[in-house]
Design a protein around this ligand. Structure first.
Ligand SMILES: [Fe+2]
Length: 233
């Protein structure tokens, strides 16, 4: 079993599993709103993220690369070690897609570049504590894997207070512990629409500014219905 010390102590809502099958198969509830498959990374994903950031160029922008865009990076990377890191991500994507019926999942590799110091913009929703999804959306849930940069933050539900600046979002209660997903681990998290009896996992993207390390993560949205054209990844 990989290390799991990044998981908050006394968190009955978070359950550790030992395989991708184990991650995807179980249902959420009655208290479990997150499954974690811990892994440790060996390739240099930070170097890969920096190269991807250079290829994509603009600062402070979230780039969502689909499968073809991810593949197209293969011949643009300057080193074999970055190539190996990219191949690792592509293998993850392939493994996840293999475990879903066509049209039942949509996968993106997300590159998050640091904000320029001069950028004056309101925090985007992703950087405020939130639950994914809308009550009006069809059933879906999310799977995340952080590869480079600061990983996703999360807080216990009891520590989530309504954000006075933005309706529908949360702030951490004073003194609350803010936890992080670990790099390399897969997290499968409950969203708002799954089941009113299961609370969604409250999380946010960390705010990063130049010259911090760009982030690289995989996001997979999955449904129990065919929500996407079967050719879309
Ligand atoms: Fe989110």
């Amino acid at each position: 079993m990989e290390h799991t010390d990044f998981i908050a102590k006394d968190s009955p809502n978070i359950q550790v599993v030992e395989s991708l099958d184990g991650l995807l198969a179980p249902s959420f509830g009655p208290v479990v709103n997150a499954y974690v498959y811990p892994r440790r990374l060996t390739h240099d994903f930070n170097a890969l993220a920096r190269s991807v950031a250079k290829i994509l160029e603009p600062e402070g922008v979230v780039h969502n690369l689909d499968y073809d865009e991810l593949i197209s990076l293969q011949n643009k990377l300057p080193s074999a070690s970055e190539q190996a890191a990219l191949d690792f991500i592509i293998k993850d994507v392939d493994a996840l897609l293999d475990l879903h019926k066509p049209g039942h999942s949509r996968v993106r590799c997300r590159a998050v570049l640091p904000w320029g110091a001069d950028r004056q913009m309101d925090l985007p929703g992703t950087e405020r504590f939130h639950a994914d999804g809308e009550f009006t959306d069809p059933y879906f849930e999310n799977i995340l894997c952080n590869y480079a940069g600061k990983p996703t933050d999360y807080i216990a539900h009891a520590d989530a207070l309504p954000d006075p600046q933005k309706e529908g979002y949360f702030v951490a209660a004073p003194g609350a512990d803010i936890h992080q997903f670990s790099l390399g681990s897969f997290w499968r998290i409950a969203t708002q629409n799954i089941d009113a009896t299961v609370k969604p996992l409250i999380h946010r993207a960390p705010h990063i500014v130049v010259p911090e390390q760009p982030r690289l993560l995989l996001t997979l949205v999955r449904s129990n219905r065919a929500l996407w054209p079967s050719h879309s990844f």
